[in-house]
Structures are given as structure tokens and as C-alpha cells.
Design a protein around this ligand. Structure first.
Ligand SMILES: [Zn+2]
Ligand SMILES: [Zn+2]
Length: 229
């Protein structure tokens, strides 16, 4: 069952060779080839004997490709091309574990906060709905209040006009009585007192002179007499 021996770690450098003559970059004894090797921009490996002087790739024919000397220590991303794939997967696995742990940690933190604040959130939601309802009510009441104020203002205006009209009529009647105006205006509410020119005077008698105070008194006495009668 589990008596299968684990495969030895694979070193990809063991298989790196010239794409044209298949000369190995790492010799059987583990030392590097004495012939320089080149890595092309297009991702091919060629030995020094098979580079083209016109800067084309001898393996794929790509034109104007750049070359860099091949070495066991390379800069990324080229270093990744030569890394052992299983080891690379281990690294990827480690990176995955590292990143997921951090995200899970953050997720747990926010989940805890969510559970902690959920009741508060529900309460705030209810209060927000209530606030909205009250705001609507306030708006309605404001409108109603405004309409009532307008209504009241119109009524007050009518009353004031009515009062001033009444006052004017009384003043006119009084002045009419005092100055014996020849063209009296008829008033419905206040009875017109008899003016002096209605008196029948004997020949040679002049009508008596009324000043304004007397005229008011005579007007008032005439009114009171009338109300008694
Ligand atoms: Zn070669
Ligand atoms: Zn190429």
C-alpha cells in the first residue's frame, strides 16, 4: 500500500540544455558547462555555439530578441521558470494559506462585530422608520398650521375693514348733523337725526347755531330719545 518510496526532489536544472545541440547546462557531476549558455527574451535556452549574430532566436526565429547569460541565480520572473514545479506549488500553497488566514481573521473580526451590533442596528432601523414617520407628521402639521394662519389672517383683515367702515359711517353722520349738509347720504344702520333745517321757524327767526360738540350731544340725545320711544 504505502510502500511506494517518495520520489527524490526534482531539480529542473538537471534538464536545462541547448535548444539546438542539446548540450547540458549542468554536467553529470553537478558542475556547470564550460560553454556559456544564453537565455533569450522569447524564453529559449541556447549554448554559445548556437546564438545568431543577427539577434534572431536560433530556436524559434524571433527577430531582435535580447539575450542574458544563463546562471543558476536569476532575477524573477526568469528564476521562477527554473524553479521545481512541486516546490513552486508548495510556495503557492504557503502563500494561499498565509493570505487566507489573514482574510479569515479579518472576516471573523467583522462577523463578531456584526453579531455584537446587530441588535443596535435593528433598533436604529426601527427608530429611523419612526423618525421618518414623525418628520412626515411634522410636515403635515406645518402645512395645516400655515393654512390655518392664512385663514385667520384673511378673517382678521375682514373684521378690521368692517370696523373701520363702521367708524367712518358714524363720523360722517356726526359731521352731517353739525354742518347741515345739503345732500345727506342715507345710512342704513344709524338713524339720521333731524337737522335744524327741518324745523319750521317763525318769520324773522334764524336757525340756531350748533357747534360740533353740541351736535354730537344733540345726536346722542336724539338717539337715546328714539331708543326710549
Ligand atoms: Zn547548442
Ligand atoms: Zn526563441
Amino acid at each position: 500500500m504505502s510502500n511506494v518510496s517518495a520520489a527524490p526532489d526534482l531539480d529542473f536544472w538537471e534538464f536545462v540544455n541547448c535548444g539546438i545541440c542539446h548540450l547540458e547546462f549542468v554536467k553529470e557531476n553537478g558542475t556547470l558547462s564550460t560553454v556559456p549558455f544564453w537565455l533569450t527574451e522569447c524564453g529559449h535556452v541556447v549554448c554559445n555555439s548556437h546564438i545568431n549574430p543577427d539577434h534572431s532566436c536560433s530556436e524559434c526565429g524571433g527577430q531582435g530578441v535580447q539575450l542574458m547569460p544563463l546562471a543558476r541565480e536569476l532575477e524573477p520572473p526568469m528564476s521562477q521558470w527554473f524553479a521545481s514545479a512541486p516546490t513552486a506549488f508548495d510556495a503557492v500553497g504557503y502563500a494561499l494559506r498565509f493570505q487566507m488566514n489573514m482574510m479569515a481573521n479579518l472576516l471573523r473580526y467583522f462577523r463578531k462585530k456584526y453579531i455584537q451590533y446587530r441588535p443596535l442596528y435593528d433598533r436604529l432601523k426601527e427608530e429611523h422608520a419612526e423618525t421618518k414617520r414623525l418628520k412626515k407628521l411634522v410636515d403635515e402639521l406645518k402645512l395645516e398650521n400655515q393654512q390655518l394662519r392664512q385663514h385667520l389672517h384673511i378673517n382678521n383683515g375682514d373684521e378690521r375693514t368692517l370696523h373701520s367702515n363702521k367708524r367712518r359711517r358714524v363720523d360722517e353722520d356726526v359731521s352731517y348733523a353739525g354742518h347741515r349738509t345739503s345732500s345727506p347720504r342715507s345710512t342704513a344702520s344709524v338713524p339720521t337725526p333731524h337737522g335744524p333745517d327741518r324745523l319750521t321757524l317763525p318769520p324773522g327767526h334764524h336757525p340756531p347755531h350748533f357747534n360740533s360738540r353740541q351736535s354730537i350731544q344733540s345726536y346722542e340725545s336724539a338717539g337715546s330719545q328714539q331708543s326710549i320711544a
